[in-house]
Write a protein that binds this ligand. Structure first.
Ligand code: HEM
Length: 401
């Protein structure tokens, strides 16, 4: 049994906004599976070592179902959204696998490669419209937000005009300050919206993911309506929140590391590896992948008892020096960059990772060449980081070009 240091409150504060909380390094060293205290008074484990996190996320007896006793609810508002979630993100196999298979064919390497010209065209157009705004315009509002929203709404067949509505919904559902009542109301509105959209696709199908899910899965009875609404909601929110924040945080990270930016400008073949390194370095799903033990489980010598929760810290795993030498250094040439767990691990590993990678590659490969003088428009200290949100990033990013 490993020794445990004093119990900490979770989530912990960061010192340097580019690095995970400083306590993680000490915990990884001294107590890689240690108890933390949450807002609701529960005491799940926080896993900070890469090796332990891989065991938890790939073990069939760790469940990710939020209604089970002991599942760690890291934010109050998020608990409501998680408990109401009937998508496969919150289900265990075999039902998870059955439902996930319904959508994986939409996000394959082949499908995403077919989409690449459209991603490029969208990036080019957004650069045009962004730079037609006054210097100092917010990159999050005018570029990194619209890009993944345009792409995922196009794929799903959701009218882009409604993006303000579901942006607001995800802001409420992923924010740490949202009350349970606010989250409940926002979920009801989103469900009603998606219900009506599914109706419309049934009557008037298009060449899009929702229409195919309706025709191939809902109509023959392979999935019920409520579950389908949940799956679409998952794709919609997972498809823009994460990529939006990763895009903006990645741009800021490169601007703050001019030597690394110079490398990818000189040699664009480095861009795919730079994307992996930025995913590792940023780890935007900073509140972790959460699980609860269905029986007593040995995690590299530490027994997690049945009913105990574990928060697998993705930022901590991605800064584990066992796997990534000099882990706090951004190195776009790092050979092991792609071994990160920024997209999770095991059966729940991100469905949209090929798409996210393609979007990030196109952005970093285009933006700095088109706008070689791109720079921060405000002092770095004025930036507001998303400490309080389920997905990490910057709230606003005012740039000059
Ligand atoms: C940089 C961008 C992204 C990051 C960092 C990211 C990260 C993650 C992580 C860590 C998980 C696993 C969660 C867990 O195990 O509890 C996950 C799952 C998932 N992601 Fe992403 N994601 C990104 C983009 C996307 C996009 C563009 C889509 C669009 C389809 C997407 C769809 C999903 C879905 C459907 C799941 C659930 C998979 C399952 O439960 O089997 N993600 N993502």
């Amino acid at each position: 049994m490993r020794s445990e240091t004093q119990e900490r409150f979770y989530p912990m504060d960061r010192g340097n906004p580019f690095n995970p909380p400083e306590d993680y390094a000490e915990l990884r060293d001294k107590a890689p599976l240690s108890r933390v205290r949450l807002w609701d008074g529960t005491h799940p484990y926080l896993a900070t070592r890469f090796a332990d996190i891989k065991v938890v996320l790939s073990h069939p007896r760790f469940s990710c179902e939020p209604n089970r006793e002991g599942f760690p609810h890291v934010l109050e508002g998020r608990m409501v959204a998680d408990k109401a979630d009937r998508s496969f993100l919150r289900l265990d196999p075999p039902e998870h696998d059955r439902l996930r298979r319904m959508v994986t064919k939409e996000f394959t390497v082949r499908k995403v490669e077919q989409l690449r010209p459209r991603i490029q065209e969208t990036v080019d157009r957004l650069i045009e419209s962004y730079t037609s705004l006054p210097q100092g315009a917010d990159f999050v509002e005018h570029f990194s937000g619209p890009l993944p929203t345009e792409i995922i709404t196009y794929l799903l067949g959701v009218p882009f005009e409604d993006h303000e509505f579901f942006h607001r919904a995800t802001r409420i559902q992923f924010g740490s300050k949202s009350s349970q009542a606010e989250v409940r109301q926002s979920l009801d509105e989103l469900f009603a919206y998606l219900d009506a959209l599914i109706d419309a696709k049934e009557k008037n199908p298009g060449d899009d993911v929702i229409s195919r899910l309706v025709a191939e899965q809902l109509v023959p009875g392979h999935v019920d309506r409520e579950t389908l609404i949940n799956i679409v909601r998952l794709l919609l929110s997972a498809g823009h929140q994460t990529t939006q924040n990763m895009t903006a945080l990645g741009v800021l990270t490169l601007l703050q590391h001019p030597d690394q930016l110079a490398l990818i400008k000189q040699d664009p073949t480095l861009i795919p590896n730079a994307v992996e390194e930025l995913l590792r370095y940023s780890s935007v799903l900073h509140m972790g992948a959460r699980r609860v033990a269905l029986e007593d489980i040995d995690v590299n010598g530490h027994i997690i008892r049945e009913g105990e929760g574990v928060i697998c810290s993705i930022p901590a795993a991605n800064r584990d020096g066992e796997l990534f030498p000099d882990p706090d250094r951004l190195d776009v040439t790092r050979p092991q960059a792609r071994s990160h767990v920024a997209f999770g691990y095991g059966v729940h590993q991100c469905v949209g990772q090929v798409l996210a990678r393609a979007e990030l590659q196109v952005v970093y490969g285009t933006l700095f060449n088109r706008l070689p003088d791109l720079r921060l428009a405000v002092p770095f200290e004025q930036l507001r980081f998303r400490h309080d949100m389920f997905v990490y990033g910057v709230h606003e990013l005012p740039l000059k070009w």
